[in-house]
Ligand binder design. Sequence first.
Ligand code: SF4
Ligand code: SF4
Length: 387
Amino acid sequence: MPVPVSQMWAVAKYVITQKLKGRKRYPLVMQLEPLFRCNLACAGCGKIQYPAHILKRQLTPEQCWKAAEECGTPVVAIPGGEPMLHPQISQIVQGLIDRKRYVYVCTNALLLKEKIEAGWFKPNERLTFSVHMDGQEEHHDFAVCREGTYKTAVEAIKFAVDRGFRVTTNTTLFEGADPNSVRAFMDEMMALGVEGCMLSPGYAYPKAPDQKSFMTERKKVTDFFRMVLSNRKPHWQFNASPLFMEYLMGKRDYECTPWGLPTYCIFGWQKPCYLLQDGYVDTFKELMETTEWERYGRKSGNTACQQCMVHCGYEPTAVDHTFSSLSGFLATAKATLFSSYKDPEAERMLAQEATKPHGPLVQLGISATPKSASAKSERAASTVGAA
Ligand code: SF4
Ligand code: SF4
């Protein structure tokens, strides 16, 4: 069972209550960013680009708890930056657990083992570490621009799982990703004992320095996820709504629900979503009441939204669909019970992908048939080091 029944019930009860209250717009998961600084410098990151005086700032535990109470969602995800760099992160997490929240600490895991050993966290059904893993070793280390990161994260995952912590992974996939490698990555994560994996295409943050690495064509994205998520192995577990995964595979067409994952950070509540920054307000009420929601999503024509398929905008749509109608509920039940998605065409596409060059060197634009393999490695290493 990927997610405890108590959590599934808490989320289902919450969503049904919102429906019964007639709330057209309600948040599903709160994203809490207590700081932006990080101990990595990933090329695709839109958070660490702030100036030093901003990176030094952080939310207090009281600010975090107040925001969670205002928002009211049963689940709080804590990305960043790197939450483990917040000196009071254990206090923040405990306070949220005391307030009956299910907490996902999104971490690159470089400090996870150390913090567990230091007694910062105790296993709890309400606490999950969501480890940032961008694929198999060479892909992950390339994406986070530091060699050895995958090994450290794997060691931390094993350590946490062995001590009874809930662990999931979150993976952002970029242009040039290898679908066969992502499938092998799923096997690797399942072997480590993680509860489930979340896969999502990256979004071209305006602040991200490397704009070329993002998947930007919807058809390419859906073809990619069709290859990865069809013909699933029975032991694979996902930490995502089954209907959201069908959306990624191109089987459904959804519109974004930008209020579904509201974000609170050192600047306040971010308008309108985790990705765009169209201003900040002090209270959750103001966020809901003053944001011009009709300006966002594909139908609005907003250029920033046209290629976006990320989970923060579309997973709440999928969950809302599950609880909005009998057909949505039945579709979810079907997707859960019959999740193999047999697809011979996807198999054929995968076999074709296996003949193409993939991986960091291709992403760097280096020839797949170089005269000198060591020259390739040197160039890759220096580029990674400079990123
Ligand atoms: S680990 Fe996350 S927060 Fe840190 S640099 Fe990478 S993407 Fe940004
Ligand atoms: S489509 Fe994407 S970028 Fe646009 S509002 Fe939704 S989540 Fe944000």
